[in-house]
Design a binder for this molecule. Structure first.
Ligand code: 5AD
Ligand code: SF4
Length: 478
């Protein structure tokens, strides 16, 4: 229970809802004959991970016990829909959950997250998967205690999906995965409408959180032992364009760099990260701020998507091959030890071999420290899905493997650059595979494995990077 804190000002309504849920948990426990257990499975990005912490915090506060596996009394799938594979994974696993429910008929199965914001998917689940008890959307997370109360009171097939983002997913208790680092939403939604992307349709219009709320939340976390924060948003560089009604500032009065400057003043906070940055909005002011700051980590995740100016235009990305290259070299010049990482997609409709070679060219020129590579996935409702020049699978697969090899070769060379240097590492956890190893991260986000005792977890220590592997290091504390 030690990591549970109320992050925002005392929300009396939520408190009383959790109180009701506590009674429900007791009643549910007496039917089951044991304390009810739960498991939250998270698919997708950091935003979902953050929402899952709220779901877990709520259930723990109400007296449920967290279980390591999905054979639990309450199972929640927090879904993603950015690529079709993410949806297929959920459908694949629902069958397994149904098997558990046959053994434990009192079991409650809940689905939430981005996939539920797609009306066709939510309807399909309601019709074809009747064993699912609760479906709720990304804008309904704050109503989770009430929704749980409804299914525990015997209501069947509860479904609540709000279409619009009201930036009100705050106030629930949070069960933090790490005691010393945390992600914080600074904005919700996305207004960019990249032509392949479903996010603006499922996560709604972009809205920035009131800076006062963000600062208060970070201060509370820091008082509770957090030394590293990750500011989360689909496009953090456009922070401040639009605030909700009643905010302490109005749209355009404050930007991302202003917010960073305020956050940097918080005593005790040691590392600030942010993601994701859109190349079209990344300002010189931000580059200067990162260079000048001793708290902002030297890492920028700057999704490229494609290196072809023609494809970028069709993707509605608002930059060209040349402007991306110019931005990347400006960043590297001003902050020589910066790590640049990216997202790249192959097989966008109409992508020719020459377009793909432009992508390979940018990868070679920028020398990304690492990259997430994706095969384009057709998402219903997006403009790109309507195109009749989709690329054949074998062509896409061939391009994907060529890209992956290049990205890995360059990443390995980039990682080698820090070999034999001494760098500060924030020790994060015990190594999953090797018992006497710990795992941490450099400011540039690279992973380091080192020997040391568990009480170093949560501390920043100097480490000699003995050996660079592909994207990580083995090191020893000095
Ligand atoms: N197909 C493949 N990849 C996608 N992404 C977003 N939409 C799609 C899609 N339809 C990738 C982008 C984005 C990352 C989070 O997911 O590269 O930056
Ligand atoms: Fe999707 Fe583009 Fe928004 Fe990122 S910026 S979430 S890729 S629409």
């Amino acid at each position: 229970m030690k990591n549970i804190i109320q992050l925002t000002e005392k929300n009396i309504e939520i408190d009383s809802e959790i109180e009701t849920l506590r009674d429900d948990a007791l009643a549910f426990g007496s039917v089951l004959g044991h304390t009810p257990t739960f498991h939250v499975t998270t698919f997708g990005c950091q935003m979902n991970a953050r929402d899952s912490e709220k779901l877990r915090g709520t259930l723990i506060s109400a007296g449920f016990m967290e279980s390591d596996d999905e054979d639990a009394d309450v199972v929640i799938y927090n879904t993603c829909t950015v690529r079709e594979n993410a949806n297929l994974k959920v459908y694949g696993r629902l069958g397994v959950l149904n098997g558990y429910k046959k053994k434990n008929p009192n079991m409650k199965i809940c689905l939430c997250g981005c996939m539920m914001q797609e009306s066709d998917e939510a309807e399909k689940i309601r019709k074809s998967y009747p064993f699912v008890d609760l479906i709720f959307g990304t804008h309904n997370v704050n109503n989770f205690p009430v929704l749980m109360h409804r299914i525990l009171s015997g209501e069947k097939h509860v479904k609540e999906i709000l279409e619009e983002n009201k930036a009100s997913n705050e106030g629930l208790p949070v069960e933090r995965k790490y005691s010393f680092k945390e992600g914080i939403n600074i904005m919700y939604g996305c207004d960019n409408f990249c032509s392949y992307c479903i996010v603006p349709y499922v996560r709604g219009r972009e809205i920035s959180r009131d800076p006062k709320d963000i600062l208060r939340e970070i201060e509370t976390l820091v008082n509770d032992g957090v030394i590293e924060i990750m500011l989360l948003g689909q496009n953090v560089n456009s922070y401040g364009k639009k605030f909700p009604e009643g905010s302490s500032v109005s749209g355009g009065e404050m930007n991302f760099v202003d917010l960073l400057r305020e956050i940097e003043k918080i005593d005790g906070l040691k590392r600030i990260r942010f993601m994701t940055s859109h190349p079209k909005d990344l300002s010189d002011e931000l580059i200067d701020e990162i260079a000048a700051s001793n708290k902002i980590c030297h890492h920028i995740h700057l999704p490229l998507q494609s290196g072809s100016t023609k494809v970028l235009k069709e993707m509605n990305r608002h930059y060209t091959k040349e402007s991306y290259l110019a931005l990347a070299s400006k960043i590297r010049e001003r902050i020589p030890d910066i790590s640049l990482t990216t997202d790249i997609m192959v097989g966008f409709p109409g992508e020719t071999e020459d377009d793909f070679l432009d992508t390979m060219d940018v990868v070679e020129k920028v020398r990304f420290d690492s990259a997430f590579t994706f095969i384009y996935s057709m998402r219903t409702g997006t403009p790109a899905a309507k195109r009749d020049d989709q690329i054949p699978e074998e062509v896409v697969k061939d391009r994907f493997s060529r890209l992956l090899k290049k990205v890995q070769d360059i990443g390995t060379e980039q990682t080698k650059k820090l070999e034999c240097k001494v760098m500060p590492v924030l020790v994060e956890e015990k190594n999953e595979r090797e018992e006497n190893l710990l795992t941490g991260r450099l400011s540039n986000n690279a992973v380091v494995h080192l020997h040391g005792s568990e009480d170093l977890i949560g501390k920043i220590v100097p480490v000699h990077l003995d050996k660079a592997m592909n994207f990580y290091y083995f090191g020893e504390i000095v």
